[in-house]
Design a protein around this ligand. Structure first.
Ligand code: NAD
Length: 493
């Protein structure tokens, strides 16, 4: 089958890389190339950033009324809603995520554009109650300029929406760099950006790899803000790059999130929450609840119920709406999962379920949902992010031990707490070090709920009412209201 030939979107035009270089994207369900993308180098990235910079200076965007910006965002939301099936199929082809997951996620994307559309003309400044006579001062939230948005492969559309919508609502211009493993939906989205009527250069896409395309973008002198979602290695490189342009930075990184099941929990509900937490998206989720902390009194009952449900998970073609788990997105991710499970077993973990590839097709990157029982939180599998369908389970005796285990991690992205004790809900929610706490639920998201991590899970927040302000800079305006001329500063009174 001929490869689908994608181009980049720079200054409202569809372009190839100046060098002509391209790279292929493989379909995780069969490991076959299905699309090819331009490999952007410094000159292409420079053209995209320059286009975004020019668009930022252009009165067509700069002087556009905030209400009109909101209307453009609303239109884009409507267009995404009208094209959600096509976008969901593309994303499933590209990263192997189940069609039922991409349909759900992309079907919900318009809400992010509507939410930030509504905020565009509500970015109000303040008048300051000054301690000076004859002075009046007020503040304005102004856009920063060119935003570089760096996207990973696991949820390209969602992780673009949470950056693009607030950045545009605030009046910035954007250069998006999707992952080299899953660029298709982000490129396709540009047809809708154009159709919505955004001026040329306001949104641009460059495709390529982290070490060259991503590096050129994040160190570009005209970039004023970087929104990065990805792993620790890329994040460290981006922090260094931002030392060159001093761009403001937000980092949404990985996690090793605990799902904590107390003896008084509804066990059936907790099993469902745990499965949603670690086996949805085949575990390739930053908020994956990969550490299961279970109170001693219900450990056996919980594990038996979990094993029963996990054994019936339907692994299959991600395009099949009946599949409950699809493939890993990349071959290297599959190899990483295999290595990490092997290390855990070598360190003494007990294999409760899975632990091997699933033969769904001869060459797809499928792995069985896996449960490992461990006795120490110091095992590498309890400390390192797998980004795959691997849950590690450990016992605890009481609330204080649960808390100590939960916080014994370099990460702090999310946590699940399963209990019917209201006092405990509040004690644990306060004491667990994580940016998102889910109580008797897991994975709930909304444009209104901020997402972001404590500790090595990153800094800055995406979604929520304050996210749009993170794409602005505050200006304070001072006005002398007296009619007296300003006195000579060197004559002391
Ligand atoms: P990755 O860090 O390899 O890549 C993410 C993006 O960064 C890609 O576009 C990549 O090309 C780019 N990149 C990599 N190195 C770069 C560099 N030196 N300069 C500029 N850009 C660079 O991550 P991934 O494998 O695509 O995604 C998995 C990671 O992302 C996991 O750790 C996961 O937990 C994390 N993640 C976090 C969230 C969140 O919201 N916290 C969401 C999804 C994924």
């Amino acid at each position: 089958m001929a490869l689908r030939h994608y181009q980049m979107f720079i200054n409202g035009q569809w372009v190839d890389a100046l060098s002509g270089d391209r790279f292929d994207s493989l379909n995780p369900a069969n490991a076959k190339p299905w699309a090819s993308f331009p490999h952007a180098q410094d000159a292409d990235v420079n053209a995209a950033v320059q286009a975004a910079h020019n668009a930022f200076e252009n009165p067509a965007w700069r002087n556009l009324h905030a209400t009109a910006r909101g209307k453009l965002l609303r239109k884009l939301g409507d267009l995404i809603a009208a094209n959600k099936e096509q976008l969901a199929q593309l994303e499933t082809n590209d990263n192997g995520k189940l069609i039922r997951e991409t349909m759900g996620q992309i079907g919900y994307m318009p809400e992010f554009f509507y939410y930030y559309a509504g905020q565009a003309d509500k970015l109000e400044g303040q008048t300051l109650p000054l301690d000076k006579a004859d002075m009046f001062a007020y503040t304005r939230h102004e856009p920063l300029g060119v935003v570089a948005a760096i996207i990973p492969w696991n949820s390209p559309m969602y992780l673009t929406a949470v950056k693009l919508a607030p950045a545009l609502a605030a009046g910035n211009t954007v250069v998006l760099k999707p992952s080299e493993h899953a660029s298709a939906t982000i490129v396709e989205l540009m047809h809708l950006v154009k159709q919505a009527g955004f001026p040329e250069g306001v949104v641009n896409v460059v495709t390529g790899f982290g070490a060259d395309t991503g590096a050129a973008l994040t160190k570009h002198p005209l970039v004023r803000r970087i929104a990065f979602t990805g792993g620790a290695q890329g994040a460290r490189a981006v922090v260094k790059n931002s030392a060159e342009n001093l761009a403001q930075l937000s980092l949404e990184l990985g996690g090793k999130s605990p799902n904590i099941i107390f003896e008084d929990a509804d066990i059936g509900s907790a099993v469902n929450g745990v499965i949603a937490g670690i086996f949805a998206a085949s575990g390739q989720s930053c908020v994956a609840g990969s550490r299961l902390l279970v109170q001693d009194g219900v450990y056996d009952e919980f594990l038996a119920a979990l094993k029963t449900r996990v054994a019936s998970i339907i692994i299959g073609d991600p395009m099949d709406p009946n599949s409950e788990m699809g493939p890993m997105a990349t071959q290297s991710q599959l190899a990483l999962v295999e290595r990490m499970v092997a290390s855990a077993l070598a360190e003494g973990a007990e294999l409760v379920h899975g632990g091997e590839r699933a033969c769904i097709t001869s060459d797809g990157w499928y792995y069985h949902p896996t449960i490992l029982a461990v006795e120490s939180n110091q095992c590498s599998i309890m400390q390192e992010e797998v980004f795959g369908p691997v849950a590690s389970i450990i016992r605890f005796q009481d609330e204080s031990e649960a808390l100590a285990l939960a916080n014994d991690s370099e990460f702090g992205l999310a946590a699940g707490i399963w209990t019917r004790d209201n006092g405990r809900v509040h004690r644990m929610s306060k004491a667990v070090q994580a940016g998102i706490i889910w109580v008797n639920t897991y994975r709930a998201v909304s444009p209104m709920g901020a997402i972001g991590g404590f500790k090595a899970s990153g800094y800055g927040r995406e979604s929520g009412i304050d996210a749009v302000k993170d794409y602005t800079q505050l200006k304070t305006v001072w006005i002398n209201t007296s009619n007296e001329p300003m006195s000579d500063p060197f004559i002391m009174r």
